[in-house]
Design a protein around this ligand. Structure first.
Ligand code: NAD
Length: 485
């Protein structure tokens, strides 16, 4: 497939709702459009998924047969890496080299979970169990791990290939059939991935792509009585709506990967050059539109001025631009809506009297670019921009005096997605790994990731996990079987 064929194909997808424009965030121009699939398409897709599950066409295969298909998917993603990366760049404004990395991480999801296809197993025990009968009996007891039949996979615009693969690979390895809904802003790469699945040998009906809005297609998936589970990545606000939809329908199981307001703690004994560079890049990468971006930097008072100055300098030196612009390191925000949300927080900060060390404005050019912004003099107790997720290139930096205060400030958030500690004191780093309330804690590193390690949020950053064994377990339910010997 070529970029142009994808732009043409999406126009032809059937739908019953509004026409949705697809905008290039660098040029602000429409690149194509598609029609919201509407809720009837969701009913049809769920029925197809259910029929495919019941036919056993996929879930009935041996683990090894599934794994072979998963490897083929991975190879085909690699073979189509250029077009996928180009679409990722065009649709989300991601610099080409970063888009290429995202695509290669995508194919590795399938290779990693191909390995799990042959390792879906339960436990077995010989037990003496009287239980409620009161008669002691010798029993053989075992568990079976069984896939949910139809799962709904819903994900955001901030990394379409990454999110698609992160959800679909474990769902397929578990044996589930699925309906898949990318964000309305970034549906393009999913068309290529959909084609790849067919070419790799995923049977018809096992994976069903839906292109539409969240409040139409997404809501119809989450309320559907035949969807057993939804795996969602997105905002905490929509996560809450999905929890309500589950409660109001069939109590479908949920995995929720939600928002964050991740703290980065820098102590005065840290390798400061490294800490400043990584904390700055870890904040502004992808214009702050990655869930694990640091957005509250907390610095020991003795080195506070130096860190603020260093991060502001880095912010000023980052080259913003479109994927095709030479040397571009950071792309734009995804949409006019996101731009106005981010600028709204900055304007609010200005009226609250925060100090803008650098940035705080949109770039004077076409595209939804915001200058990486460093803010100080923020009141943690009252400031919305300190408490809420902005999902843009905006960081607040505050001083602390000692470890206890740093921990208290870091944990003073409704979110708990990730936290980072920069210190040369080994004991302190592990002490803080225990004390910080976050699903991921990085010690002297940032933006580190591997398919084998579980990822999930504490507090209002989510329910459940992706990646690793925990990632496939979330698509499996456990059945206990008792056998009288
Ligand atoms: P969003 O919550 O607005 O949308 C995410 C997806 O949900 C989209 O596909 C959207 O169409 C759909 N949706 C919207 N309303 C829905 C509804 N009522 N029912 C069902 N589906 C609905 O999020 P976004 O703005 O696309 O992405 C940014 C958010 O994603 C940020 O909050 C970010 O932190 C979060 N995120 C979290 C992780 C993580 O792993 N924790 C990773 C990436 C992004």
């Amino acid at each position: 497939m070529t970029v142009q064929s994808v732009l043409d194909e999406i126009r032809k997808r059937p739908g019953t709702g509004e026409v949705i424009p697809v905008i290039d965030p660098v040029t602000e121009e429409q690149i194509t459009e598609f029609t919201d699939c509407g809720s009837e398409a969701v009913d049809t897709a769920v029925a197809r998924a259910k029929a495919s599950f019941e036919s056993g066409a996929w879930q009935g295969l041996t683990g090894s047969a599934k794994a072979k298909v998963m490897w083929r998917i991975a190879d085909l993603i690699d073979q189509n890496a250029d077009v996928l990366a180009e679409l990722e760049s065009l649709n989300a404004g991601i610099p080409t080299n970063q888009a290429q990395t995202i695509v290669s991480v995508g194919s590795e999801w399938f290779r990693y979970y191909a390995g799990w296809c042959t390792k879906v197993d339960g436990i077995s025990h010989d037990v003496n169990a009287g239980g409620l009968t009161g008669v002691d009996s010798h029993m053989h007891a075992y568990t079976r791990k069984e896939p949910y039949s139809v799962v709904g996979l819903i994900f955001p615009w901030n990394g379409p290939v990454f999110n698609y693969c992160a959800k679909l690979a474990p769902a397929l390895a578990a044996g589930c059939s699925s309906v898949v809904k990318p964000a309305e802003e970034t549906p393009l790469s999913a068309l290529v991935l959909d084609r790849i699945l067919a070419e790799a040998g995923v049977p018809d009906g096992v994976v069903n792509l839906l292109t539409g809005y969240g409040h139409t297609a997404g809501a119809a998936i989450t309320a559907h009585p035949d969807v057993d589970k939804v795996a969602f990545t997105g905002s905490t606000e929509v996560g809450r709506e999905i929890a309500r939809a589950s409660a109001g329908s069939n109590l479908k199981k949920l995995t929720l990967e939600l928002g964050g307001k991740s703290p980065v703690l820098i102590f005065d004994d840290a390798d400061l050059d490294m800490a400043i560079m990584m904390a700055g890049f870890g904040t502004f990468v992808h214009s702050g539109q990655a869930c694990v971006c640091g957005s509250r930097i907390l610095v020991q008072r003795s080195v506070y001025e130096r860190v603020v100055e260093g991060i502001a300098q880095l912010a000023d030196n980052l080259k913003l631009g479109g994927p095709k612009e030479e040397g571009s390191m950071i792309g734009p925000l995804i949409s006019a809506k996101q731009l106005s949300r981010v600028m709204g927080y900055i304007d609010q900060g200005n009226s609250d009297g925060v100090e803008v060390v650098t940035g705080g404005h949109r770039l004077d050019r076409t595209g939804y670019f915001v200058h990486p912004t460093v803010l100080t003099n923020v009141d943690p107790a009252t400031s919305k921009l300190y408490q809420e997720e902005i999902f843009g290139p905006v960081v607040t930096i505050l001083p602390f005096d000692d470890e206890d205060q740093a921990v208290a400030m870091a944990n003073d958030s409704t979110y708990g997605l990730a936290a980072t500690v920069w210190t040369r004191d080994l004991a302190r780093s592990h002490r803080l790994a225990k004390r910080l309330q976050a699903g991921t804690v990085s010690l002297n590193c940032q933006l580190v990731f591997d398919h084998s390690m579980p990822f999930g949020g504490y507090k209002q950053s989510g329910w459940g996990y992706e990646s690793g064994k925990a990632g496939i377990d979330t698509y499996l339910q456990t059945k206990t079987v008792w056998a009288q010997l």
